[in-house]
Design a protein around this ligand. Sequence first.
Ligand code: GUN
Ligand code: ZN
Length: 390
Amino acid sequence: MLKFELLTTDPTSHARRAAMTLNHGVVQTPVFMPVGTYGTVKGVMPQSLLDMGAQIILGNTFHLWMRPGQDVMQSFGGLHAFEQWHKPILTDSGGFQVWSLGAMRKITEEGVHFASPVNGDKLFMSPEVSMQIQTTLNSDIVMQLDECTPYETKGQLTTEREARQSMEMSLRWARRSQEEFARLQSPNALFGIVQGGMFTNLREESLARLVEMDFPGYAIGGVSVGEPKEQMLHIMAHTPHQLPQHKPRYLMGVGTPEDLVQGVADGVDMFDCVMPTRNARNGTLFTRFGDLKIRNARHKTDHQPLDTTCTCHACAGQSGVAWDQGGRGGFSRAYLHHLDRCGEMLGPMLTTIHNLHYYLNLMHEVRNALDAGQFAQFRAQFKADRARGV
Ligand code: GUN
Ligand code: ZN
């Protein structure tokens, strides 16, 4: 089940505000979806995700198939009960993850043969297998199995001919995914994935043929695959707004805060990216006034929180009052710097909470701006703030 209700559209861009109803709840869009590959958003308890305003999180078919496997998942009746997250879940199909295995896999028309990175077992992933696993996971949004067309292979750019072959196979896998999904009588929603590499003509063809198949939602894949930034922005400006107006649009694996705000302007409703969580673990923190590296010695004695305007648990503590509103309840940059120096596990826990809160709050501000008819002003302020520097 999926219901997508458009609430407002922005006259200055392709941005839209919508409410998307899924089996486990309503998602207000535009939305950022934290990544929980192995059935956990690394280092964050589900209650903290709720406190931060997370509405829907990701899981990964491929990883959860390796471990814990289908039998355990079946015994729990799906991923929600297993990971104790009772709001919506989207699972990626495994296409991107299997593709990332590189030399360890062989892609054929039938599917992907590969050796398990966990124990070396010979395994086979096909559109049908992916649908079966995602049905066991009971994810609210299921992704078709696709082939993520690379930007280059061993230094050679993907040619249009190669990108076409790859895109056409993804279309055949879209059909097979759809047929298996129907056969399984899944109560959830299946998304098709637009491919076509960096070729806008191929993107249009992929899009048109997926739209004929009438999916309840569409994703744009094959971006953030090593291409120069301008190319990604070019695809972002080209493709999303051509998708059906009354269905959700999901840009896979993107991106920086700037990419998200631009993506919304380009007509995207849903985003996921490992950047907030992964960067938090590496000590790169996002703030309203630009990015910050907590490892830097300049933070050693700084009493300020990471972001003086942030109300997350790391910056504002239990009171939830931001530093610049008089709150003094949060953790200082000096303390986070110290935790990092000592390799303490609380360090990445707090920085992950902050970075995720930053992304989730950014999208909350985007939704508020759209509701108020102030999106153009919001974008200008966002750019000025981010350029200011911490
Ligand atoms: N995650 C990021 N890009 C992609 C893609 O092209 N396909 C899939 N399935 N997942 C992705
Ligand atoms: Zn914070």
